[in-house]
Ligand binder design. Sequence first.
Ligand SMILES: *[C@@H]1O[C@H](CO)[C@@H](O)[C@H](O)[C@H]1NC(C)=O
Ligand SMILES: *[C@@H]1O[C@H](CO)[C@@H](O)[C@H](O)[C@H]1NC(C)=O
Length: 862
Amino acid sequence: MSSNSHVLFSLMFFSFSCKFLYVVSGRSSPRSNTDLFILACGDSSSKTDANGRKWVPDSEYLTSSCNSMSATAESQDPSLPSSVPYMSARVFTSECTYKFSVSPEKHHWVRLHFYPSSYSSLDPLEAYFSVTAGEFTLLNNFSASITAQALTQAYIIREFSLKPSQSGSLILTFTPSSKQKGSYAFVNGIEMVSVPADVFESAPLVGFSDQSVDVNDSSLQTMFRLNIGGKYIPPNNDSGLTRTWYDDSPYLFGAAFGVTSQAAKNVTIRYPSGVPGYIAPIDVYSTARSMGPNAKVNENYNLTWVFQVDANFTYLVRFHFCDFQLTKVNQRAFDIYINNQTAQAAADVIAWSGSKGVPVYKDFATHTSDGPGNEELWVALHPSVSMKPEYYDAILNGLEIFKLNDAARNLAGPNPVPSPMLLKAVSDEKKAFAPSESNNQSKLISGIAAGIAGLVLVAAICIFIHRRKKIADGSECAASWLPLYGNSQTSACKSTICGRSDVGRSLSSQAAVMCRHFTLAEIKQGTKNFDESQVIGVGGFGKVYKGIVDRGTKVAIKRSNPCSEQGVNEFQTEIDMLSKLRHRHLVSLIGCCEENGEMILVYDFMGNGTLREHLCKSNMSHLSWKQRLEICIGAARGLHYLHTGAKYTIIHRDVKTTNILLDENWVAKVSDFGLSKTGPNLDQTHVSTVVKGSFGYLDPEYFRRQQLTEKSDVYSFGVVLFEVLCARPALDPSLPKEQVSLADWARQCQRMGVLEEIIDPHLRGKINPKCLNKFAETAEKCLSEHGIDRPSMGDVLWNLEFVLRLHKNPDGEVMIPEDKVNADYTMHRTMLTIEEESTASEETDDVNTSAAFSQLVDFKGR
Ligand SMILES: *[C@@H]1O[C@H](CO)[C@@H](O)[C@H](O)[C@H]1NC(C)=O
Ligand SMILES: *[C@@H]1O[C@H](CO)[C@@H](O)[C@H](O)[C@H]1NC(C)=O
């Protein structure tokens, strides 16, 4: 290995390495007198990562002659944020030490980056090792592979804050575990940056009014660092300290998420003298999560976050606050609980900070008992009712949780234990190796496709002409009050078809023009003055009533909660989206009403309610397999249309069984567009702001990378498919841990070949095995970890239609070889188009025709 020459080299240069480093890594703009090292371990030259930070080779910091080598990862996981530093590693087969010259009497943040992969053909599961920093144990018998698996992450970053050493050097030692034979250690990246002197002081110990913990005397491990109610903040946006701040929503407990808010543009956030800017960046303080506008609701719940931690340690919990809305003391007073104990009664951000827009932070220490069952840390907020504040509300802007070393100077916890089922599933996955298919079939398919293409072209032109005629005489419009929308037409055209310009003060002008206006009197009459008996649903947006308008037309009426800003935004999005869309499988907006500060949307009434009710309520008639397939196909059509049918890709973002409605003929309609995203730039950037959606249905990749694509809808739809098959909710916290998430559980059962055991008992024995296989396989593909591995909505639709044909005719010849469904996109697209047109024949749908038309043009161009 070349490690020996590296060692020589490093000894020669060690004496002035520190100065050298300032030059090399100057890009990260260290404050004066700061130690800063950013090492890409195992790399031979300096490289820049995706955030523009420069990483330098590690070899000159390796001190003793030990057995180490540089290696390159065998494969690159798509969820890695950057190939630097993860694609190269330093691998140690015996104890090895890095030595850094640092300023004495300073704390240092050390970040270790691990990407468990196969390096030089070594098995990642055999890497067990410990890492120490001087006398402190940071990691012990650590398996990056098991940890990453249990957290379902591709890579692991461990951050520690280390006590200063007297000697002016900081020594990191990697030791392969002696317990496991053939064990080795590895690391991909090491960062070290000095911590400003006053970042940690002492913190009161919760539950012991007279005790405090001297944090400055401890070494710490960062467990969580969250930008509450805000978005991911990458290291280069963090005031030179290169910390990463994550979105908090994955840690929220239960269904009560509160509401998020952002400081208005005219509010300036100013650090007071006691809070240096490096405590947390402005971005953390300018977003927050609070409980919501309804005092009654807030009085009855705790805004709660739950964190997995190691038992038998003391933790420092740091709360970051900044009130950018209220200005007076006792407008918002709340209690803070940590692990069911009161950490702070009557917290009042304005009282602490003195005024609006001024950050303040509070530290508390808490100890978790030893023994199993103590691996959770709960943080909860509740309005301080006894203070009688003006608003019953609470607020939080940022949260950090640090683990303190124990009496044995140890910070290491055990490796997480993945369920045996998960382990088996992983090993099965490795064994399963799909052999490449023969070429004859694909030739056959392209032959069929070419034939069909000719037919479709003719059909599409006919339909197109037919539709044009209908638009011209305007009858469609009068009947539905909704404009027809061709994707190449302009809004001027739309408004002349149906427009009314006398509505909408705060609605976007386009939406106002496209929306039928109801008077508040009409709505009140139709809902018996919003009588509670008329309520058919409650959402984040407000209540949904059934009602009657136009002397007998049954409608659903969604009334926005006037105080909720989120509600107003979602109302706008919904109206913008729905007024532009018309499809048999999307719920139709009939009109709207905006009067007296009320915002009301009027929809077609869906006689059979939500898909969810038919899957869980025992008193409902049970849907047959065929009905379920038809409903899934309908919903898939609606989503496919959103993704491909309109001018821009529309991502629904909240696909779930309560958002799939059924009309009196059991036709499925996708509803609730309040969170939808669209825009001309979506395709290029895929960048989203805050992760939204519903737990149990959330795409894990979207979660981790906060990048939104239409494949996130495909993931959620995969959960819907399993829900339809198993008739259980996407999340069921009452079940044993490995079964709580339907997505995980069904996938494990599917991989182990025991899916039959968890399907709805009413379906057992009634599904042809081929059908079940195809259906489950489709659902499983939708749940692929990475978006690129998931099928498109069009492919999903094609597969479901195939299952339905198979169900209707189980013994008949299958026209298309079933395992080739992903082979030829063009063909499914064209097939789809035909079926879509024929099944929706009585429905006017101009967009669809245009979409079909453009697909054909596309097809011809290939
Ligand atoms: C909120 O949490 C505290 C502490 O765990 C608990 O005592 C209280 O009952 C909770 N309140 C509600 C409304 O759940
Ligand atoms: C808890 O930690 C202390 C040291 O801080 C140790 O002595 C004790 O054995 C630990 N208990 C368990 C169950 O690990």
